[in-house]
Ligand binder design. Structure first.
Ligand SMILES: [Zn+2]
Length: 309
């Protein structure tokens, strides 16, 4: 199974168009140790020919252009794509806006939770993916389903599970407890190669590593995990936004309640941070925070990173 990080940044990308934080300034000016990143998406294939996208970022068109494996194959006709399916982990703009790049009456299958599929249905711009062309299938929670698209069996299955998180920002209900967040608003995915039984976890949004989630990922061979923030208050301290990590629905990496500490005893063979916000100091290859994450056995995901499982 091939796992390719198409985009390793959180929403906004790196640099973010309107951001003057020290990281964004550094990458914009080409400072050594800083690498630009596009928004959050991963591509997976069992056979190298048919691909499943995990989330569809607003940068998808660029990401497809950066990966020859995702170019249309001449053998499939004048209009074609090796992208046969897309699975969504939530309804955030950085994970669904790229679906609009996949118009042009191209058949593929779209998978998501009932909550996220309902959000897409309510946003009629997504009707550009006509139901008779793009099948929409609900991901059940806790039961693997085989992934098919455009008449192709991808040789992959997905087991979705509810991850601690938050409803998409544009769907928040200011008057409701937890802003109206319900089960299915944030998913983690276990992606399974059916032939070999090998699997990995993709959890790009996660508010906290609770006990059920810890038990689920214990001993995994690979986890791609929410690397949005280094600290709970970094957005506030840097003057970017008056929100804590908890309010944003993202666990931070550092500290006793952070993901680095939470993973310490889980025996995960390979741990990679993805969905990294432009405010995060680990984006500076020379920072003490990067050194600390790497010393704890973490890799900092980057665009084009490829893992063979
Ligand atoms: Zn920035």
């Amino acid at each position: 199974m091939r796992v390719r990080v198409l985009g390793s940044s959180a929403g906004g990308g790196f640099p973010q168009w309107n951001c003057n934080c020290s990281n964004c300034r550094a990458v914009r000016s080409g400072l050594p140790g800083f690498t630009a990143r596009t928004q959050s998406s991963v591509a997976v294939s069992a056979d190298g020919a048919s691909w499943l996208l995990l989330n569809a970022s607003p940068d998808l068109r660029h990401q497809i252009g950066q990966m020859p494996d995702l170019a249309p194959s001449a053998a499939e006709g004048v209009r074609a794509t090796p992208i046969k399916a897309v699975a969504l982990t939530n309804g955030d703009v950085d994970h669904v806006a790229g679906l609009l790049n996949l118009r042009e009456a191209q058949p593929f299958s779209l998978y998501g939770s009932r909550r996220v599929l309902d959000a897409l249905k309510a946003n009629t711009i997504f009707d550009i993916l006509a139901p008779q062309v793009v099948a929409r299938t609900e991901l059940p929670l806790g039961a693997p389903i085989e992934i098919h698209g455009a008449g192709i069996d991808l040789g992959l299955a997905i087991e979705a599970f509810a991850a601690p998180g938050k409803i998409a920002l544009y769907l928040e209900d200011a008057d409701a407890a937890d802003f109206g967040t319900r089960t299915g608003d944030t998913l983690g995915l276990r992606v399974i190669e059916i032939a070999s039984g090998k699997s990995f976890f993709y959890i790009p949004g996660c508010a906290r590593l609770d006990e059920p989630l810890a038990q689920r990922i214990k001993g995994a061979s690979l986890v791609l995990f929410d690397g949005t923030l280094w600290s709970e208050t970094e957005m506030i301290e840097k003057g970017l936004m008056a929100k804590t990590g908890s309010r944003m629905g993202h666990i931070n990496m550092s500290g006793p309640d952070g993901s680095i500490a939470a993973f310490a005893d889980l025996g995960v063979a390979r741990k990679i941070f993805v969905h990294i916000n432009n405010s995060n100091p680990v984006l500076d290859a020379g920072s003490r925070e990067r050194a600390a994450a790497e010393a704890a056995g973490w890799e900092i995901g980057f665009d084009g990173m490829e893992i063979a499982l």
